[in-house]
Ligand binder design. Structure first.
Ligand SMILES: [Zn+2]
Length: 98
């Protein structure tokens, strides 16, 4: 059993499970794979790309020049964290109403 089978890519034509035949790195964020449909009545073969599209948790060892935008969820979490830090850094609490 190949490690590539973990991806469980399905055929875009018949929906059958498919097998990654080969795979090569096309850049820091793109990997291309040749995939073949396992259905003997289809046999479609195509090239699929695995692309890094969003960052969920930033790398603790970032590579210069590699930029993968934060997912909206992570951005919201970061803004909340920044806001919380601002509040903690305040020397005077905001005035209470009344
Ligand atoms: Zn197929």
């Amino acid at each position: 059993m190949s490690e590539f089978n973990q991806w469980r890519i399905v055929c875009p034509h018949c929906g059958h499970t498919s097998t990654v035949r080969s795979s090569k790195q096309m850049g820091d964020t793109v990997r291309e794979s040749t995939v073949t449909c396992d259905n003997p009545e289809c046999m479609h073969s195509w090239v699929a790309q695995l692309v890094a599209v969003r960052t969920i948790a930033p790398s603790m060892n970032p590579k210069p020049g590699v930029y993968i935008p934060l997912s909206p969820r992570s951005q919201a979490a970061e803004q909340q964290a920044a806001a919380a830090q601002l509040e903690l850094g305040m020397t005077h609490p905001p005035p209470r109403p009344g």
